[in-house]
Design a protein around this ligand. Structure first.
Ligand code: SF4
Ligand code: SF4
Length: 271
């Protein structure tokens, strides 16, 4: 990866618009490239590329599962998992805003009303104090928060007539959650745990960290709080950054996550 990383740096030539990079996924190297425009960009423009990259990794992971006789249960229209807590990065929030405004007015209103309803329920249900304990690790906090949300049994505000109303633009957290067990195990009331497929690299996390570095702000927003976040951060959501800065930050973060995953994978296999 270090050699590849030097490769990216060398290709930051103002005349070069294709930035090649490689991603190590499971036992394969995926050769990719980013087409970089020569103008300042909003962070929302990172999202389609991040979704494509995520899709490439999901497909490579799924192929590997299928080669070992596993079967991915997730399909469009299956929505038993759409009552879980969905964190999105600021870039995804800005991108979703643009996608929501393409919906018919009535659907936009329903969606915003549904977000307001869920937000009220969140405010009424006190967050467990243990979440603020300094002894809790980040992963444990996420699990407590997720369990707290699950008991409220709140359908996602984007779920309209049992289907995601923005399926093609759904958040990375939704795309990168997929299972090999029966969909009934994904229901919040199921006592048996679903068999989640471990992603070798979560682009949702890479994008969230890229936003944290570029904006020097929070990394994640809860999906139902999207309208209030956009209202409170209107100027920030339209901020422009040099494309080189955005692409290099994304690729450096991707590289850091790949190396970190690689190291924890090596530790696991050494156990
Ligand atoms: S995670 Fe479960 S409920 Fe969601 S799409 Fe996959 S099988 Fe269906
Ligand atoms: S955004 Fe769409 S896919 Fe994700 S939880 Fe909500 S309804 Fe389901």
């Amino acid at each position: 990866m270090l050699d590849d990383r030097q490769g990216f740096t060398r290709s930051f030539d103002p005349n070069c618009t294709h930035i090649p990079f490689e991603v190590f996924v499971t036992d394969r190297i995926l050769h990719c490239s980013i087409r970089m425009v020569s103008r300042p960009v909003p962070l929302s423009e990172l999202v389609p590329m991040a979704c494509q990259l995520s899709q490439v990794i999901i497909e490579a992971t799924s192929r590997r599962i299928e080669e070992s006789d596993g079967r991915i249960a997730c399909r469009k229209g299956c929505a038993a998992c759409c009552s879980y807590l969905i964190p999105i990065s600021p870039a995804e929030a800005y991108h979703l805003r643009d996608e929501i405004f393409k919906l018919p007015q009535l659907e936009q209103k329903t969606l915003f009303r549904s977000c307001q309803h869920t937000t009220r329920q969140l405010v009424d249900h006190r967050i467990p104090d243990i979440l603020f304990s300094p002894t809790q690790e980040h992963e444990e906090r996420l699990e407590i928060l997720s369990d707290w949300y699950k008991v409220m049994n709140l359908p996602c505000p984007f779920l309209v007539n049992h289907a995601c109303c923005l399926y093609d633009s759904r958040p990375l957290a939704c795309r990168e959650y997929f299972v090999t067990s029966h969909p009934s195990l994904c229901r919040p009331e199921s006592t048996e745990k679903a068999t989640r497929v471990p992603m070798p690299l979560r682009i949702a996390e890479v994008l969230a960290e890229t936003c944290r570095i570029l904006e020097d702000g929070e990394t994640s927003i809860l999906l139902p709080l999207l309208p209030s976040f956009l209202q409170d951060n209107s100027r920030r959501s339209w901020a422009l950054y040099p494309a080189e800065q955005v692409v290099s930050t994304f690729l450096e973060t991707l590289n850091d996550y790949t190396q970190r995953n690689c190291m924890s994978g090596c530790d696991e296999s050494a156990k």
